[in-house]
Design a protein around this ligand. Structure first.
Ligand SMILES: *[C@@H]1O[C@H](CO)[C@@H](O)[C@H](O)[C@H]1NC(C)=O
Length: 609
């Protein structure tokens, strides 16, 4: 699309420039537009000094409401799902995603109808049997073919299509869904043709030809374990189990001396060893860390190697990647480059919306694991960080073992989830930007969270731990925003879009379930109201170009994860039932719930558990 549009413009320009009137008209154009721009710079004023938005209720206490009101709110999410899905069904199906401003469509994930596959289990959960019945024949007809020159991006195909099919199958037991999942995995399988057994970037499902660099990206090569063990469990096929297990073994055997036991982003797909020292829980890394805990939980706590890797990753993050901002004491997780020769990592102080899944992950771990009694699992915390295997990591284990690990994980979860919420509450739209950069004007050692925690502990642990507790939103007036230079909010916006992403809601949902504190649920409602107010279109819901201006301008884009994840977590947060208990189900990274395994003796033998 873009290419064709672009070349038309070029042709138009080429034709025009040879006309005799071309140059004079060009000059006239330039002069007039310059005058216009200068006039506006000189005379424009912000419309008024008052807050330019109707989010002022964000400052009011978030009131508790009755169960009936929550039931009605859950119902409103169901209506939102129908609006989005019917728009997709009517204007975009069988293509991938709806264009919510123009009623068009785009094929950005293989053109097999990704929104439909991604929505199946949400339909079942919300009770939309009619939509589900209309979708099934389309699933049945899917052939998962691509023209010779095109390749399916493996990671996205697995988490959206394969994850969607497996989850819908776990809920409905419709055999066609499992048949299709098995067929899809079969067609993608040549992607594992690497010496390490890590998948390459992409594969043509028809010919089996593969593409991708020798250097793989962590999230893309290590977020398949849940889907493949689920597929193995459901089909009984050991070959799928082996695909997951190869990845888990390779991760467990990697040389992590230079990164203190945490996985960096880049990996050599030949050697199965790290290729850089860039550490992050955000883009390109996120779900690989997520799947460590979730793989342990999904396998009914049999995959202990994944649990140990989870404890190493979180220990490194807590000791090195979590910081406190100077004014409001916002807790945030950032990314670093760890030099093998330096003790301390160099942080970017960027904080990504994508990283907002992380507080939910920590809370899920604190809820499900005996973090304050790891011995009961046969794990000695301090020996997880052995110096010979993980470089200078030992210090972090000594430091963290001064604390009750369950409390520490929950405090980090609470503090970071609060910051994720504030990046929404600080915006006049009530929706959060995609990435911010935290200010560090008084840059000092003190802003590493564990340093602040150590001072707190040394002072007798009085008051709440640093970085935790409720903080007030800071919404700049339009004038303040335009003038700039205001630092009360503690951060500058680095990417101002809101892409209908789920991560903050995901964490609010888990915080609500784990702590039972209704403030998290109330905040979820505020976000839903903002979604309805600012992203809804006649056809569906649209991403925003900015969260900072009301009304915000929209993008012609409704990602399938909005139906798979964002709306699902909202519904689960508001409904008074608990249909997907965190103790009995585990969400894949696209929010497709898989039931925790119940092993039979025969299965344990087959998969060597
Ligand atoms: C990956 O490792 C192999 C084997 O050691 C090596 O030959 C290759 O150059 C490495 N790839 C890159 C891009 O460094």
């Amino acid at each position: 699309m873009y290419h064709r549009y672009h070349s038309q413009l070029v042709d138009m320009y080429r034709n025009l420039r040879h006309k005799p009137y071309f140059r004079p008209s060009l000059y006239v154009c330039i002069i007039f537009s310059s005058v216009y721009v200068l006039y506006h710079i000189a005379y424009s004023r912000p419309a008024s000094n008052s807050l330019p938005f109707d989010f002022s209720e964000g400052f009011l206490p978030l009131e508790d409401v009755s169960e009936e009101v929550w039931a009605e709110r859950a119902n409103q999410v169901k209506l939102a799902f129908l609006h989005a899905y019917h728009g997709y069904e009517r204007y975009a199906l069988p293509h991938d995603e709806l264009k919510p401003l123009t009623g068009g469509y785009q094929d950005n994930f293989n053109g097999w109808g990704v929104t439909l596959f991604d929505s199946l289990d949400t339909m079942l959960l919300l009770g939309f049997q009619n939509e589900y019945k209309r979708a099934l024949p389309i699933v049945e007809r899917a052939t998962f073919e691509l023209p010779e020159e095109r390749h399916a991006p493996y990671f996205e195909t697995v988490i959206r299509y394969l994850g969607g099919l497996l989850s819908a199958h776990a809920i409905s037991k419709d055999p066609i869904l499992l048949d299709k999942a098995d067929e899809l995995a079969d067609k993608l399988d040549s992607v594992f043709n690497t010496p390490s057994g890590f998948p390459l970037f992409g594969v043509n499902p028809s010919s089996g030809s593969v593409v991708g660099p020798d250097i793989g990206v962590l999230a893309e090569m290590a977020s398949l374990q849940m889907e493949y063990t689920m597929l193995a469990k459901s089909t009984g096929k050991k070959r799928w189990w082996d695909r997951a297990n190869t990845v888990i073994r390779a991760l467990a055997n990697a040389d992590l001396r230079y990164t203190g036991g945490m996985f960096p982003i880049k990996w050599n797909l030949t050697t199965a060893q790290p290729h850089d020292v860039h550490l992050s829980v955000g883009a390109q890394a996120d779900s690989a860390h997520e799947y460590l805990l979730k793989q342990f939980l999904l396998t009914a706590r049999t995959d202990k190697a994944s649990l140990e890797m989870y404890l190493r990753a979180t220990t490194h993050v807590i000791a090195n990647l979590i910081y406190v901002s100077p004014t409001r004491h916002l807790l945030y997780v950032t990314d670093t480059d760890t030099s093998p020769y330096e003790k301390r990592a160099t942080p970017s102080h960027n904080f990504e919306h994508l990283s907002c899944f992380f507080p939910g992950l920590l809370a899920l771990g604190a809820h499900t694991l005996p973090l304050d009694n790891l011995e009961s699992l046969g794990i000695n915390f301090e020996s997880l960080g052995s110096e010979s295997k993980f470089g200078h990591a030992g210090k972090a284990y000594k430091l963290l073992s001064q604390y009750n690990l369950k409390d520490l994980h929950l405090w980090a979860a609470e503090g970071i989830a609060e910051t994720c919420w504030l990046t929404y509450a600080d915006m006049p739209t009530g929706l959060g930007p995609d990435e911010v950069t935290m200010y560090t004007e008084k840059r000092s050692e003190g802003y590493l969270w564990m340093d602040a925690m150590e001072r707190w502990r040394a002072s007798g642990s009085r008051g709440i731990p640093p970085g935790t507790g409720d903080k007030d939103p800071v919404v700049y007036t339009e004038q303040e925003r335009l003038r700039g230079g205001n630092r009360r909010r503690d951060y500058a916006i680095r990417r101002k879009k809101y892409l209908l992403r789920p991560e903050t809601l995901e964490s609010l949902y888990i915080m609500w379930r784990v702590t039972g504190d209704s403030k998290w649920r109330n905040r979820g409602w505020r976000i839903f109201e903002a979604l309805e107010r600012h992203t809804k279109t006649p056809y569906g819901y649209a991403s925003l170009r900015t969260t900072e201006v009301v009304p915000p301008s929209k993008e012609d884009d409704m990602p399938s994860y909005f139906l798979a994840e964002t709306l699902k977590y909202l519904y689960l947060m508001f409904t008074n039932e608990d249909p997907i208990s965190l103790d009995k189900w585990v969400f894949n990274t696209e929010a497709h719930p898989f039931p925790v395994f119940e092993w039979t003796e025969e299965e344990k033998e087959r998969f060597s558990i």
